[in-house]
Design a protein around this ligand. Structure first.
Ligand SMILES: [Cu+2]
Length: 334
């Protein structure tokens, strides 16, 4: 009913005859929706063709076969395009936002090295690790490094992030990612994807490159300009994720925040199973589930038939700001 109401509102707006006036942009270049979106429910973003080139797929990395993982990351500042033409002065792990998506298995040994290639202190905090923070998660000075190891005990999908104060600034600037820890007995086969939700708080564009950097007051107000899956607003709406209808889907969802809860929902589907953080008895038959800031959950579902299925945070201000994507389901058998 709620969806019909939204559609009815959009139709009413369209029918009133008033030309769609472009709202004034904020200093950061964001604005309310400019036109009536797609005819389908939840068409918060223009839907592209699945054949268009995608710069970063959401596919989960394969389950690891090694039991020892040498992981080395470098902190570095880069220009990150949050939405076409809007460039953010990001702080990153390995030059990408989110940082690398990694995968290991319970009982494996992870030997981690952080190299600070930036000009300020950074650090690393793995939520998958049980370790003394004052030893492992210490600030690393520029040009310095730190090494520590851990053996993950609990399966799930875990956030990692820079823990240097103010943490909200380091996370808002792009320093986070996801680490999947598989159980020793593999989960059943599925089409697997990783979605990391996060927020961007844009200051006014500066300089020749029109570069945006952090607006700290917006962070404190929990009022982001963009909310994204995997670092780019609406990326998987303009580039839908191809899947097979009727076959199991498994989504590893992490909410990096730093402020907004993700009320994760797939339009046209009910989650068969949700494994909170990835461990313990699953929730069955759920429509929407909150992934807390700093948390994760594994969503298992199937899409009933061929079609376009939006996935969103059902906190719709955030979906409107970019936390929306599309699964494009094709028949499992032609
Ligand atoms: Cu940092």
């Amino acid at each position: 009913m709620r969806h019909l109401t939204l559609a009815a509102m959009l139709v009413a707006v369209a029918a009133c005859g008033t030309p769609a006036k472009q709202p004034e942009s904020t200093a950061a270049g964001t604005a309310a929706p400019l036109k009536i979106p797609a005819e389908m429910s939840h068409g918060e973003a223009p839907i592209g063709a699945v054949t268009t080139k995608l710069d970063r797929a959401a596919d989960a990395p394969p389950r690891s076969t090694s039991h020892r993982h040498l992981i080395r990351m470098t902190t570095v500042a880069v220009h990150h395009e949050v939405t076409p033409g809007v460039i953010y002065d990001a702080w990153t792990f390995d030059s990408i936002v989110p940082g690398p998506i990694m995968r290991a298995t319970v009982g494996d040994t992870i030997e981690f090295t952080l190299v600070n290639g930036a000009d300020m202190p950074h650090s690393m905090d793995f939520h998958a690790a049980e370790i003394a923070p004052d030893r492992a998660y210490r600030n690393v000075m520029p040009k310095d490094s730190i090494q520590f190891r851990f053996v993950p005990r609990v399966p799930g999908v875990f956030m990692y992030h820079c823990g240097t104060a103010p943490v909200a600034a380091h996370i808002s600037n792009g320093m986070y990612g996801a680490l999947i820890i598989d159980p020793v007995v593999p989960r059943p086969p599925a089409q697997e994807f990783v979605l990391v939700q996060s927020e961007f708080y844009m200051g006014a564009a500066q300089g020749r490159d029109s570069l945006h950097s952090l607006d700290w007051q917006k962070v404190l107000n929990a009022s982001p300009d963009y909310v994204t899956f995997n670092g780019v607003a609406s990326r998987y709406a303009t580039h839908p994720i191809p899947v097979k209808a009727g076959l199991p889907l498994r989504l590893y969802v992490v909410n990096a925040g730093p402020n907004r809860i993700s009320s994760f929902h797939v339009v046209g589907a009910i989650f068969d199973k949700i494994i909170v953080d990835g461990f313990g008895p699953p929730l069955l038959g759920v429509q929407t589930y909150n992934v807390p800031v700093g948390g994760g959950a594994i969503f298992e579902l199937h899409l009933a038939e061929k079609g376009m299925y939006p996935f969103v945070t059902h906190a719709f201000a955030d979906a409107t700001k970019g936390a929306v994507g599309i699964f494009q389901a094709s028949p499992a058998r032609p």
